[in-house]
Ligand binder design. Structure first.
Ligand code: FES
Ligand SMILES: [Fe+2]
Length: 317
């Protein structure tokens, strides 16, 4: 069973503009996928293994009819995985010779897949609204981290590292307000999509809000008066020891494309501040809660861990 430990979930995979009418190979939770678009521009995601002799379909090409053609003997598959032709074998029973396809959506400038090949009617993905708001300008920053995705995800849900790791950027104001005897209260509210996390320093709510969208999205609402600014961290397990991170920042101000490089640089700098700390975490995969020491401000991390160990890690077994 593919996607063991990450099965039956919707995940963002890559920016939609990465997928054209040429096959691309993308790793997801230890599986190789091939992504392509058909003649109508519809995206498809197949397990990158031909059902005939196991060849990587990503070495093939997208034929004129929009099907992905295997490089070995030319079997052709559409975006749903259905077999549309087996050369030299007019009697071949095409309906039994399909490839494994993942349900796929193109939403918010991203390609999303559901991690159960062949799932007929999967639930619709829960997508943070700001990610699909056409009125907001967006900046996408991508990174590859050498870590297990759970450590990167927990880092994103952890507001208490800001005054340390990000003392010169997004943690600066919190650091300024912190006193030696300060106290932070972190609350977690269950929601249909995951959870909402609020933190108050010395009884004062700083106005920022974190949300967790299962299984692997964090949304940070950054409080700026009369402005909307949100950071979405999409934490995608690629393969063992490698996590693909996409940070999508959306805003309703400073929308000029000329400012893109500036926003990309700023967001990249914030993400890069986390990298060494996260990659140094041991063991690689976040352990069950009892195996590390935790305190009251770790609330969101522990909620994630409960979901991970209670639901996701045993999935697809
Ligand atoms: S291996 Fe793909 S067509 Fe033969
Ligand atoms: Fe961080």
């Amino acid at each position: 069973m593919p996607f063991r430990g990450f099965a039956d979930v919707w995940t963002p995979l890559v920016p939609a503009r990465d997928v054209r009418n040429k096959p691309v190979r993308v790793a997801l939770a230890g599986e190789a996928l091939v992504l392509f678009r058909d003649g109508q521009g519809r995206p498809g995601a197949l397990i990158d293994r031909c059902p005939h002799r196991g060849v990587a379909l990503s070495l093939g090409r997208v034929a004129a009819d929009g099907c992905l053609e295997c490089p070995f003997h030319g079997w052709r598959f559409d975006v749903t995985g259905a077999n549309r032709g087996v050369p030299l074998n007019p009697e071949a029973r095409l309906e039994t010779l399909g490839a494994q396809a993942l349900p796929t959506r193109e939403v918010g400038g991203l390609i999303w897949v559901y991690t159960r090949p062949g799932a007929v009617e999967p639930p619709e993905p829960a997508i943070p609204p700001a990610l699909v708001d056409p009125d907001l300008a967006r900046t996408v920053v991508r990174r590859d981290w050498a870590c297990h995705w759970t450590r990167a995800m927990e880092n994103m849900l952890d507001g208490q590292h800001l005054p340390f790791v990000h003392r010169r950027t997004i943690g600066r104001s919190l650091r300024r307000r912190m006193r030696p005897d300060s106290r932070m209260d972190v609350s977690w509210e269950d929601t249909g999509f995951g959870g909402r996390i609020l933190a108050a320093l010395d009884g004062r709510d700083g106005g920022s809000l974190l949300e967790f969208y299962r299984p692997n999205i964090m949304v940070l609402h950054i409080p700026i008066p009369r402005r909307r600014l949100r950071l979405h961290a999409l934490v995608v397990p690629a393969e063992t020891g490698r996590t693909r991170l996409m940070v999508v920042a959306v805003r309703d101000f400073a929308r000029s494309p000329l400012l893109e490089p500036l926003f990309a640089w700023m967001n990249g700098r914030i993400v890069d501040e986390d990298q060494a700390v996260v990659e140094s975490s041991g063991p690689e995969e976040c352990p069950p809660a009892a195996e590390e020491r935790s305190v009251a401000t770790d609330r969101a991390t522990l909620q994630f861990r409960r979901y991970y160990y209670g639901v996701l890690r045993g999935s697809g077994a």
